[in-house]
Design a binder for this molecule. Structure first.
Ligand SMILES: NC(=O)CC[C@H](N)C(=O)O
Length: 331
């Protein structure tokens, strides 16, 4: 209990939490210079490396926003969570798990090594590029825009508005996508793709270029934390089974080849993207002492300076600090 208050949800408590998060943001801004913005997609270099922002939304709606929030950025690899969920809703879980496995690789997100070396029957998981491109190929539709519809419908249900593709980022990725094209051709040769290669890649590049904010990520996280149900309306946006699989994948594969360390030191489901976004969430938890957000919360982070694995450098350190202070770990 804090300051004699039995209720964490009072304005006083919100202010108190807000002050802490503001302090932590200021502190972790100093870590930004240890990282660099992504450059392999040329336009991403234009991001301001000094940005760092966080939004936290509790199940009861309590919202903490701090730092550089409200800045739009592209969702990048975080879209892999959304496309996998959309495909599971459209095609069914069994169908999708026949086509992508649920095992971490310990390799970079754009690696193809295991797929070739081990002659796998399916990509390791839907959060590496090979798996995500396979998932994009399963989305229903004859054009990339038709395929993207289920992703947009899902996002609109969660966010309350329909986000848009940032065309400049899409074109920059499309025109510099040698590795993803190589992965695509490999998937085509091995028979993993269910749609035309060009339409599949176009779908994948566009889904990565959808523009969102930390508020949007926190909202998605909050709904996942609540097993796919919108706590306000009680509407089931994502079936519980699919939400749980998505969270298990986030915990085991969400932070590329740093997923083990993130699970160890932070201990919550999360998914990052090369633009510097992180979608994270804390499921409801039971503790003897009163702590913030025990009913569960979603967290959205933006910090485009990345570490050598491609994760937001200050964002990860900030999340580690918050998770430690508020005892968020699921373990
Ligand atoms: N890690 C990422 O965010 C990668 C997404 C990026 N669009 C790519 O495919 O390379």
């Amino acid at each position: 209990m804090v300051q004699g208050s039995a209720n964490w949800n009072t304005e006083l408590t919100k202010e108190w939490l807000q002050n802490y998060v503001d302090d932590w943001i200021s502190f972790y801004r100093k870590h930004i210079t240890d990282g660099e913005v992504a450059s392999y997609i040329p336009i991403l270099q234009e991001a301001n490396p000094n940005h760092l922002g966080i939004t936290i939304i509790g199940k009861n709606g309590m919202t903490i926003r701090s730092g550089d929030v409200g800045i739009p950025f592209t969702i990048q690899s975080i879209s892999k969570v959304i496309s996998f969920i959309a495909a599971c809703i459209e095609r069914g879980v069994a169908y999708m798990l026949d086509r992508v496995d649920v095992e971490p690789t310990g390799e970079a997100f754009n690696s193809i090594m295991h797929l070739e070396m081990k002659q796998l029957k399916k990509p390791f998981n839907p959060f590496i590029n090979a798996g995500a491109i396979t998932v994009s190929s399963t989305l229903i539709g004859n054009t990339s825009d038709e395929k993207l519809e289920s992703i947009f419908v899902l996002l609109e249900k969660m966010l309350g508005y329909r986000p848009a593709v940032n065309v400049d980022v899409y074109e920059s990725e499309r025109d510099s996508s040698m590795r993803n094209r190589a992965i695509g051709y490999y998937l085509l040769e091995t028979g993993f793709l269910e749609s035309d290669l060009n339409i599949t890649l176009e779908t994948y590049f566009k889904q990565c270029s959808i523009e969102i904010t930390t508020d949007d990520l926190a909202r998605i996280g909050m709904i996942l934390s609540n097993d796919g149900e919108d706590p306000e309306t009680q509407e089931e946006i994502i079936p519980r089974q699919i939400a749980r699989i998505a969270k298990a994948l986030m915990l085991t594969c969400g932070m590329y080849d740093a997923s083990g360390k993130f699970a160890t030191y932070v201990g919550i489901p999360a998914k990052s993207g090369v633009s510097g976004g992180i979608l994270a969430l804390s499921p409801p938890r039971v503790r003897d002492e009163e702590l913030p957000f025990t009913e569960g919360c979603g967290i959205g982070v933006y910090g485009p300076a990345l570490d050598d694995k491609g994760n937001s450098i200050a964002g990860i350190r900030l999340l580690r600090h918050i998770a430690t202070q508020w005892d968020l770990s699921v373990f």
